[in-house]
Ligand binder design. Structure first.
Ligand SMILES: Nc1nc2c(ncn2[C@@H]2O[C@H](COP(=O)(O)OP(=O)(O)OP(=O)(O)O)[C@@H](O)[C@H]2O)c(=O)[nH]1
Ligand SMILES: [Mg+2]
Length: 681
């Protein structure tokens, strides 16, 4: 068993900020790879999927485990693009520290802010790595200001860069003294250049003042003129990071690589050890329980990623929250109550893997070929225990998909099932009303990737717009006498049914009753009237949409002893519904979604105005999960938010997020009917 101290670090931040390059630089500095791969060449370890290589962009989280000096480091590289935020949040669940990779040219961008809100919600300790200081127009100072203005005063620089842009070549340390020069390709100790001495001294004082408040004794000494030692300062930073009261800022260039070894050293010295910032929060029989990170405790592991590999099959990545897990151990999945035998345990570096025999609490491991195990499942000795993860984002953008030829249907269905297993934010469902297979996810880009993967697998499919599941109902009560009469030699057909219809409240469905007395219709044939009405409802009302929410009472009728049959009364029933629609018309109902939009306060007015123009009814606003944000709750017709994700992002510079689920059905305003009918053709 490895007794090395462990660090679980998730790399997060806006897309293209250099997370995968930073992970690669870490592997290079640690000697895991002898040449540094590049995202743009498709050679970076953490972008190992063919689609990631083709797009030069991460699409799912990736784990890279390696040794750094006397520590074991598990890096979780996450995609920065907003559509894949669910992956990044899952990565956060497995980490004890988030390193925000912020671009030194652009400063804080939308997805940095979104991820900061998630980290805040999860109580995750954070650091910032200002990356790309070798780039033209980069600036550490400006980026630090941007980070401070977005993330608050507790953001403290612990390093300063030596040189800038093309001549950026090293790092000055504000914790201890001295600097590192990377001009030769590796780090060499150097003196702080004279022209930076004042900045380093000021930065040091600011850092000390930013953290010394965390220790009364050291604060008192400091006020009396005694500075904390380097060791004391490191402990102060460590405690402050643990308590999320300070967020240190480091700097460098992942591509060069400059400062990456210092970042790893800093993570080892200062970064929280697993479990240090508190136990995991579990649930047993609906009661909260704490899961302490104890290697000798009862085993508990949380599955935070599922991947399907062509050779290894399904791989479940787990964070061991308690106990020690050995290969061939059996644990219980609390969701299914199934026992899962962990035949193969592996540690991963991108696509590369290595067998491991056991792992202790705090570490990350992968197991292959488990049964029905999904992302978010808890595997433990105690079958009643689960450790909840953030649920996947609700899908907000959908298209309809179907195979181009019947022969492709099975292939398409099994590929989609596979994708949904790997990516919980992708949902595939059959819409009973529109009869479409709907593929929905986080946005256009998300579904574009799914389509590219299907095409890569040689599957022929077609995409259509998603239809809205409109319904119809009767606007008022109706009373009809429906006849079915046919004489065509031999047995004839004869049935008369008198039926009262009345609309019911939304969601009531269909009710049928009989008040027929005196055998006007034989008892055994009355249900056929109800069945005929129900069939006609499913076939659609005046506008072709399925009819719902009505009660039909058959109160009288006529029959013929020879010519009346079940079929005759069924047909009479269907005539009855048609006549009722002719008598009182039919009202089209449209689906309405309950929408929760979270935006920085500055955009609240615009978003409210826009919801209004989408016929939305706002029923509440409240402060959001992070300071300076609000959540708006509204009911909005589903047809108005089909591409809301695209519009909201453009309205809020990418900082707004929302979730939506079906709420109820409401009458479609008459003026919109023509538009709906035209779109449905
Ligand atoms: N000059 C320079 N380029 C960099 C640096 N870091 C990354 N890049 C380049 O920036 C581009 C994006 O880098 P990635 O590492 O893919 O960024 P990412 O954060 O993983 O992006 P996503 O996976 O899409 O979120 C690539 O072309 C990198 O080579 C850096 O420090 N300096
Ligand atoms: Mg990446």
């Amino acid at each position: 068993m490895s007794s090395q101290p462990i660090r679980n670090v998730v790399l997060v931040g806006h897309n293209g900020n250099g997370k995968t390059t930073l992970a690669e630089a870490m592997l290079y500095r640690a000697g895991v790879v002898s040449r540094m791969g590049r995202v743009d060449d498709g050679t970076a370890q953490c972008d190992h999927d063919p689609e990631e290589k083709a797009r030069h962009q991460s699409l799912s989280l990736s784990v890279a485990s390696f040794d750094w000096r006397d520590h074991r480091i598990n890096i979780i590289d996450t995609p920065g693009y907003t559509d894949f935020v669910g992956e990044a949040v899952n990565g956060m669940h497995a980490a004890d520290l988030a390193v925000f990779v912020v671009d030194a040219v652009s400063g804080v961008q939308a997805q940095d802010q979104v991820m900061w809100r998630h980290a805040e919600r999860l109580g995750l300790p954070r650091m910032v790595f200002v990356n790309g200081l070798d780039r033209e127009r980069s600036s550490f100072e400006r980026t630090l200001e941007s980070v401070q203005s977005h993330f608050g005063a507790h953001v403290e620089a612990v390093q300063l860069p030596l040189g800038a842009e093309a001549s950026f070549h090293g790092i000055a340390d504000l914790v201890g003294d001295g600097a590192l020069d990377y001009s030769s390709g590796t780090s060499a100790g150097a003196a702080v250049p004279d022209d930076l001495a004042d900045d380093v001294s000021d930065g040091h004082i600011q850092l000390v003042e930013g953290v010394v408040e965390g220790d009364d004794e050291l604060l008192e000494q400091y006020l009396e003129g005694t500075e904390p030692s380097e060791e004391q300062l490191q402990r102060l930073i460590h405690d402050a990071v643990d308590h999320r009261s300070v967020f240190p800022v480091l700097c460098g260039s992942a591509a060069k690589p400059i400062g990456v070894d210092r970042l790893l050293d800093f993570i080892c010295r200062v970064g929280p050890a697993p479990g240090e910032s508190g136990p995991a929060e579990g649930v047993r029989h609906s009661e909260p329980v704490e899961v302490a990170m104890d290697a000798s405790g009862s085993p508990v592991a949380l599955v935070f990623k599922t991947r399907i590999d062509d050779f290894l099959g399904q791989i479940s990545f787990m964070k061991v929250l308690s106990g020690t897990i050995r290969a061939n151990d059996t644990l219980v999945n609390s969701r299914t109550a199934d026992k899962e035998r962990l035949h193969n345990l592996m540690s991963f570096t991108g696509a590369e893997h290595q067998a491991v025999s056991q792992v202790a609490a705090g570490d990350i491991v992968a197991a292959t070929k488990l049964g029905d195990v999904r992302t978010g499942d808890t595997l433990a000795d105690d079958s009643a225990l689960s450790v909840p993860m953030t649920p996947p984002p609700t899908p907000v953008y959908g298209v309809a998909i179907h195979a181009s030829a019947p022969a492709q249907e099975d292939k398409l269905a099994s590929a989609l099932r596979r994708f949904a297993t790997e990516d919980p934010s992708l949902v595939i469902r059959q819409d009973a009303t529109t009869r479409q297979t709907v593929l929905s996810g986080a946005g256009e880009a998300h579904l574009r990737v799914v389509r590219a993967r299907l095409a890569r697998m040689g599957i022929d499919f077609e995409i259509e717009n998603m239809k809205i599941a409109y319904l119809e109902t009767l606007p008022r009560p109706a009373d009809v006498e429906a006849k079915h009469k046919k004489q065509s030699g031999g047995h004839g057909q004869f049935a008369v049914a008198m039926v009262r219809f009345e609309p019911l409240t939304r969601g009531s469905g269909y009710e049928f009753d009989s008040e027929v007395t005196g055998g006007a219709i034989p008892r055994g044939l009355i249900p056929a009237v109800g069945a005929g009405i129900e069939e006609a409802m499913a076939n659609g009302g005046r506008h072709g949409f399925p009819m719902v929410d009505l009660r039909a009472v058959c109160y009288d009728g006529k029959h013929h002893s020879v010519d009346s049959s079940e079929m005759s009364f069924k047909i009479a029933g269907s005539h009855a519904l048609k006549q009722a629609v002719e008598q009182v018309g039919s009202a089209v109902l449209e689906p309405v979604s309950e929408v929760h939009v979270e935006v920085p306060d500055a955009y609240q007015g615009d978003v409210l105005g826009d919801l209004n123009s989408r016929r939305g009814q706002v029923f509440g606003t409240e402060p959001g999960s992070a300071a300076g944000t609000s959540v708006i709750h509204a009911h909005v017709p589903t047809s108005e938010i089909l591409s809301y994700v695209i519009d909201l992002r453009s309205m809020t510079g990418g900082t707004g997020t929302f979730s939506a689920q079906h709420h109820d059905y409401q009458p479609l305003p008459h003026a919109l009917l023509a538009r709906v009918m035209a779109a449905d053709d």
